[in-house]
Write a protein that binds this ligand. Structure first.
Ligand code: PLP
Length: 420
């Protein structure tokens, strides 16, 4: 029996992904280890989008004709499916362009609330962490610049965990929101978001979780996490580009001002001014991305059929294998936790004497797709003492053979550059 148990029928899964059947450079089979950037898409998702365009294409929430009605059903059906997947109510799911837009929506509300209940100002504090993707960092910097609030952050330990020793003193009576990743896209670290949320709520602060790397890979229940907001993108969870999700607690969305404005989000418009629909429509101006919503719903169905517990277990098995295999390579340093405890399937590393871009290029020549650079987490790289890294990320279709191919490829790169 393999040391790494199987939790999914990976051969059957791979048959659903046309891209995985192709060969790439030098006629090598594609070894796709970049799902953290964007996942591949199964035929079920592609079919759902095609079927929408072939049969139901109309503008949701607009026409009185049958196609418009069907489009509305597809769109609202997708919302209900996503809500059930997260343990939320349908009115608590706002469709955005991606996770980045979802986070910006919340950051903007905190500076544009004319009624005052959300308004942030000088003396207020926003707490983030050094581990964040730029999508959960730059919008908060901008919020502070607009409002005069102060940005504070939790540090990262040399092991790549959040330093929570000073959590209680870092969250103060002036903290308005704590925005934290639910899984690092570099080190795979899974911070204790539920614990952080409890501490934040005790001081009256709101909590946003950046779930771009968690919702695709582990069961996520917003009630159990205790967060007020949660953001993610469809394209990292087998779904299409162009659609993302903001979960927001109903009472908060109700009180929040709109972000982008225009058609489809208004109640009454006069030349002198306008009033707005209740959420979620208040936050969804313009003709909605219905085909993308259909694709996202198919992705949720696909993942639900596999079972998110099995998805997480499969990735844990691949991650354990990768950590074991990479640890054996002389001159290689894994960034982040050395075990799979509270750690997901993102494995970033540096290879002594070989620049990450060169590692990536040699792997690419072998057909192995990884990501190189700072992965939109520059401060985290600085905290870990590196400028850049090479990163492999795993998903439902990856095999243990591909983990071995990665390790062999890194050794080949070391030989090629006479390192290690
Ligand atoms: C942790 C994390 N947050 C946010 C994002 C932003 O996602 P998107 O570019 O789809 O908005 C990413 C994308 O890589 C991510 O990994």
């Amino acid at each position: 029996m393999s040391a790494y148990p199987e939790h999914l029928d990976v051969a059957a899964i791979r048959a659903d992904f046309p891209a995985l059947a192709r060969t790439v450079r030098n006629d090598n089979p594609l070894v796709y280890l970049d799902s953290g950037a964007t996942s591949q898409k199964p035929v079920q998702v592609l079919d759902a989008e095609r079927e929408f365009y072939e049969r139901h294409n109309g503008a949701a929430h607009r026409g009185t004709h049958l196609l418009g009605e069907e489009a509305t059903d597809v769109y609202e059906g997708a919302r209900a499916k996503v809500a059930a997947f997260l343990g939320a109510g349908p009115g608590e799911v706002v469709f955005t362009k991606n996770a980045t837009e979802a986070i910006n929506l919340v950051a903007y509300a905190l500076s544009n609330d004319r009624s005052g209940s959300f308004r942030v100002g000088p003396g207020d504090e926003i707490l983030i962490t050094e581990m964040e993707h730029h999508a959960n960092l730059v919008p908060w910097q901008q919020l502070c610049e607009r409002t005069g609030a102060t940005l504070r952050w939790l540090d990262v330990t040399p092991e790549g965990r959040l330093d929570l020793d000073h959590l209680d003193s870092m969250i103060t009576g002036r903290t308005r929101i704590v925005a934290v990743t639910h899984q690092s896209n570099v080190t795979g670290t899974i911070p204790p978001v539920a614990e952080i949320a409890r501490a934040a709520h005790e001081k009256g602060a709101l909590v946003l979780a950046d779930a771009a790397q968690s919702v695709p890979h582990q069961p996520v229940d917003v009630a159990a996490l205790g967060v007020d907001f949660l953001a993610f993108s469809a394209h990292k969870m087998l779904g299409p580009y162009g659609i993302g999700v903001l979960f927001g607690r109903a009472s908060l969305l109700e009180a929040m001002p709109p972000f982008l404005t225009g058609g489809s989000m208004i109640e009454v418009v006069r030349m002198e001014g306008s009033t707005f629909l209740p959420p979620p429509q208040r936050f969804e101006p313009g003709v909605p991305a219905v085909a993308e919503a259909a694709g996202l719903a198919a992705a949720v169905d696909y993942l639900s059929r596999l079972g998110m517990g099995n998805v997480a277990a499969h990735e844990e098995s691949l991650t354990a294998h990768a950590l074991d295999a990479l640890r054996e390579i002389d001159g290689l340093r894994i960034l982040g936790p050395d075990t799979t405890k509270d750690r997901g399937g993102a494995v970033a590393f540096e290879v002594e004497g070989v620049h990450p871009h060169d590692v990536g290029q040699v792997l690419d020549e072998l057909g192995i797709a990884v990501r190189t650079g700072h992965h939109c987490a520059w401060p985290l790289h600085r905290a870990l003492g590196v400028q850049a890294s090479t990163r492999a990320t795993f998903y439902v279709y990856n095999t243990h053979g591909e983990v071995d191919a990665l390790a062999d490829g890194i050794r080949y790169a070391q030989r090629f550059f006479k390192a290690g």
